[in-house]
Design a protein around this ligand. Structure first.
Ligand SMILES: [Zn+2]
Length: 398
């Protein structure tokens, strides 16, 4: 029995202490995080204007060490976009040598770079898809759609998605009647209680004159109207004017020829001579034009729905960050930048933030909704329409 008594006493003491220090605790949470007691762990919150090289020199880490980590990051390219709010955790051994580095993007996305016995680094993505919580937003269009949608609570990226989805059906600057109603189901991503900052449009309806514009997101990452017709223009399977020999195929389990460790090949390599025009695989927005010691000069494009593409080892980029591009538009000239054995284009396709084989993946083909998952789609649409109508009625009563 004494052991049990001790245990409950300890527990009581612990709870009391918790009660006492609760307000202190909250204060601490609101102010700066407490410095780590263990000096072998360093936390660093990324500031605006920070670069990896600046952060490394500030902590006394060598450029050579950074090079090793960049090598590990080559197939992920997570370190090229450091944003305020993201954090690093560095763990050192007794000699002060870096053993691991963790990049915290949000609660659902962390990347761990770990030193291996040979001094090289490996990476591991720690992903948690969390949950999507939806809400219904309603409003009327007065003046521009942009301002009206923003007033209803949509962000810039969501508004851009909507106007691109309907671009073949309506001209937002000309054809919208004043007072046209719109309804949107938007969902936000949470891991536990924490919002990750990711959001997406699940469904939208716009009532304009006699026309009803609808778009709903299906499980395959593509948008269809309420009748199941595709709203996305087809993707190009190959982002080139003609076919080139595939010099290296997509292979998530590829072994590194020297280290024999798994070093995924997240794209398809085409044996293109330097200067070959590279085309946007689909309509979208350029979200990165970067230079990487291993990936070379590269471009990333965000497409509608849950699609992204990447083009690596470019000789020259012909677009800038933030630019809207159309399917088939020349975006770059291929090259041999970064660490390569010869000129080629490395092309990646990501669906829901995961790389997939660009040669075999289901790409948008501007075709009606596939039979598989069709019933579930129409059920989801009916449910969302009901939510939208209820919210509109509520809004009219307010
Ligand atoms: Zn490649």
């Amino acid at each position: 029995m004494p052991a049990l008594l001790t245990a409950s006493w300890v527990q009581l003491g612990w709870e009391d202490r918790l009660q006492e220090s609760w307000s202190e605790w909250q204060q601490a949470l609101l102010s700066e995080p407490e410095p780590e007691v263990d000096d072998s762990v360093i936390h660093y919150a990324i500031q605006s204007g920070d670069s990896l090289s600046r952060i490394f020199s500030r902590h006394g880490f060598s450029q050579q060490l950074m090079h090793h980590i960049m090598a590990a990051d080559q197939s992920l390219l997570a370190l090229d976009v450091l944003r305020p709010g993201h954090t690093f955790t560095f763990r050192l051994d007794e000699q002060g040598e870096l053993q691991s580095m963790e990049l915290f993007v949000h609660a659902g996305n962390r990347v761990l770079y770990q030193r291996e016995s040979d001094g090289e680094f490996s990476y591991q993505e720690l992903l948690d898809e969390g949950e999507w919580h939806s809400q219904t937003l309603v409003g009327e269009i007065h003046g521009s759609f942009y301002v009206s949608a923003q007033r209803a609570g949509l962000n810039d990226a969501e508004i851009a998605t909507v106007s691109q989805l309907f671009r073949d059906r309506v001209n937002f600057s000309r054809d919208i009647q004043a007072g046209a109603r719109f309804q949107v189901v938007r969902s936000d991503n949470y891991v536990g209680e924490e919002a990750t900052g990711q959001s997406r449009i699940e469904g939208i309806r716009i009532f304009n004159r006699r026309q009803q514009l609808t778009a709903f997101l299906h499980d395959n990452g593509q948008y269809y109207d309420a009748d199941g017709n595709s709203l996305q223009r087809a993707f190009m399977r190959i982002p080139l004017q003609r076919e080139y020999r595939i010099s290296s195929a997509f292979n998530p389990r590829r072994l590194h020829p020297v280290t024999r460790r798994v070093s995924p090949h997240n794209g398809t390599d085409f044996a293109t001579p330097t200067g070959t025009p590279v085309l946007a695989a689909a309509d979208g927005t350029v979200i990165r034009v970067e230079n990487h010691p291993f990936a070379g000069r590269y471009i990333e494009i965000q497409h509608h729905g849950q699609y992204k593409t990447r083009y690596l080892h470019l000789d020259r980029a012909l677009v800038r960050n933030g630019q809207r591009v159309e399917r088939g538009q020349r975006i770059a000239l291929s090259g041999a930048t970064g660490r390569v054995t010869g000129p080629h284009l490395h092309y990646e396709l990501h669906v829901n933030n995961r790389p997939v084989n660009p040669m075999t993946a289901n790409i948008p083909l501007a075709q009606p909704i596939p039979d598989e998952g069709r019933d579930a789609f129409f059920e989801k649409v009916a449910f969302m329409i009901q939510q939208m109508d209820e919210e509109t009625l509520l809004a009219q009563k307010r």
